[in-house]
Design a protein around this ligand. Structure first.
Ligand code: WQD
Length: 337
């Protein structure tokens, strides 16, 4: 199939584009490169042995978006493009609603005009809000607690309403837990701009010497070692989940939602221990106050994806850290070396 991938030069996007090419699909990537580099797609093409087509398109530019569909026979869309920094979304909510929700509305209207109604949407566990009810299951009510999470929740609502009104749509809503790791080649990986918000890229930058220590946000949580627990999932397992969801929605109408997680939780200290083992030296850290809005424990019930898609995550936390470290060690400055 010919798959249009928005945000395909980003971290999860680039790993998914590689998996799509390896599975024999043709790929057209639309990206405005606001938070990614074209270098990732150059390397994806090297790894796959053939390139994805790239169009520098911002979803807010309706004419360019329409042209992308007019010049490509698109069978389905995987929609990653969006801003995703929780803290920034609190400071600049209008920027996030316009870019994430407005951009998605442009994409959906363009798909409709071009009779493309098969979509895999990059959602997030953040739509569950600060639910203390673990493991998190898809039928839980959504209650995002920050503007970024609310953009994901609103897009899920928009897609649910479209699917309810028009049975020609085939839609998968994929709720990611905590994507980490990198392709085993070390050639592609996570390269956040500025100070990383998330744990793994920050730990990796400390381990490679770009930063001096990790601040552990809280060691007084009601968890075995007092630090926050999350469901870390290898980005390659996540990419495989997208292909499984794409195959499913290509032949199943309606709107479907799945958690993409391992179903296992790991604490910050367990991540630090695994990453220190991967790097072959201790990663220095210090305890700091809790980060506002953080839940103590969050992990998935991934049984629906296994039952419906035959998909489950396989890679261990150590493999995630080994692969993340290899990428960071071989690309200390990310793609901008
Ligand atoms: C993980 C754990 C922190 C950084 C976020 C977004 C969510 C999704 C995934 C997009 C927590 C602790 C972190 C640090 C730390 N993103 N931590 N020191 O918060 O679970 O989810 O990323 O969809 O929307 O909310 O991930 O990596 O920020 O934090 O101690 O420097 O690491 O307290 O327990 P989170 P995270």
């Amino acid at each position: 199939m010919r798959i249009l991938v928005t945000g395909g030069s980003g971290y999860i996007g680039s790993h998914t584009v590689l998996a799509l090419l390896e599975a024999g699909h043709d790929v057209v990537v639309l990206d405005n490169l606001a938070n990614s580099s074209k270098e990732s797609l150059k390397r994806v093409g090297e790894l796959a042995g053939r390139p994805a087509e790239f169009l520098a398109v911002d979803l807010l530019d309706e004419a360019a978006l329409d042209n992308a569909f007019s010049t490509n026979e698109v069978d389905a869309v995987i929609h990653f493009a969006g801003l995703k920094a929780v803290g920034e979304s609190v400071e600049k909510p209008l920027y996030y609603y316009h870019n994430n929700v407005g951009g998605t509305l442009n994409l959906l209207r363009c798909m409709e005009r071009h009779n493309v109604r098969t979509l895999v949407f990059s959602s997030s566990a953040t739509v569950y809000g600060a639910s203390e009810e673990v493991p998190l299951v898809e039928k839980l009510p959504l209650d995002a607690v920050n503007p970024y999470g609310r953009t994901k929740e609103q897009i899920e609502d928009i897609l649910s309403d479209i699917g309810a009104a028009d049975s020609r749509w085939n839609i998968a809503l994929l709720r990611y837990f905590n994507p980490v790791g990198a392709h085993e080649s070390g050639r592609i990986g996570e390269d956040p701009t500025g100070v990383p918000n998330n744990l793994l890229p920050f730990v990796a930058q400390v381990a490679v010497g770009r930063r001096d220590k990790v601040m552990v946000f809280g060691n007084d949580y009601p968890t075995p070692d007092g630090t926050g627990i999350r469901d870390y999932i290898h980005v390659l397992d996540l990419a495989a989940g997208h292909l499984a969801a794409l195959d499913y929605v290509y032949s199943n109408k309606g709107v479907h939602r799945w958690n993409l997680g391992t179903g296992k939780g790991s604490s910050v200290l367990e991540v630090l221990a695994a990453f220190s083992k991967a790097a072959g030296h201790e990663v220095p850290y210090e305890f700091a106050p809790r980060r506002p809005g953080d839940a103590a424990i969050s992990y998935a019930d991934p049984s629906a994806a296994l039952a419906d898609l035959g998909w489950s995550a396989h890679k261990t936390l150590q493999q995630m850290c080994d692969d993340h470290w290899r990428w960071q060690k071989e690309n200390p400055q990310g793609y901008s070396a």
